[in-house]
Write a new protein. Structure first.
Length: 168
């Protein structure tokens, strides 16, 4: 696993979270706008930063200067955030399971997470869909799966995701 210091910036209460764990469409646009502003202001020079929506905003930063700029930007905007270490977070925070696939392969996952984040911030919806299709195909291709096998596995993944939603 990588030896670099990675910090999580967990932005809280920026938009209201609905009872089902989602956010309203107009709030989604506001949240996307915030991430884009932070990216333009502070994160472009961090080639491993990434973000997730959990449904609060989780930003992971690997460059100290980018971290300082991000925190300053948020403080000036009176945006509530919490900072903690990644990949192993304090209890109840967002991080990785010790011994889990991400924690055990962080050097592989960080560039992938970064690429997905930058693609989400810089591509239009059509290009992003094409990007995802290529990512998925190039993930299956080295395992020598056929297109049919890819489709079946993706359908199984979709069903598992829907089951998780029903359970929550």
């Amino acid at each position: 696993m990588t030896n670099m210091r990675i910090k999580t910036i967990h932005i809280k209460e920026y938009v209201p979270i609905l009872d089902n764990g989602n956010i309203a469409i107009e709030d989604m646009l506001q949240l996307k706008g915030l991430v884009k502003e932070i990216y333009d202001h502070a994160l472009k020079n961090d080639h491993l930063f990434h973000f997730f929506f959990e449904p609060e905003l989780i930003i992971r930063i690997t460059v100290d200067g980018c971290l300082a700029k991000t925190k300053s930007f948020l403080q000036k905007g009176n945006i509530t955030f919490e900072e903690y270490n990644y990949p192993f977070d304090p209890e109840g925070k967002f991080g990785e399971e010790r011994g889990g696939v991400v924690a055990n392969n962080l050097d592989f996952f960080l560039p992938v997470f970064h690429a997905h984040s930058v693609a989400a911030l810089t591509m239009n919806e059509e290009d992003y869909f094409k990007y995802l299709e290529r990512v998925i195909h190039t993930g299956f291709n080295p395992k020598l799966y056929s297109y049919e096998q890819e489709g079946k596995i993706l359908a199984q993944l979709a069903l598992k995701r829907l089951e998780l939603i029903k359970e929550s």
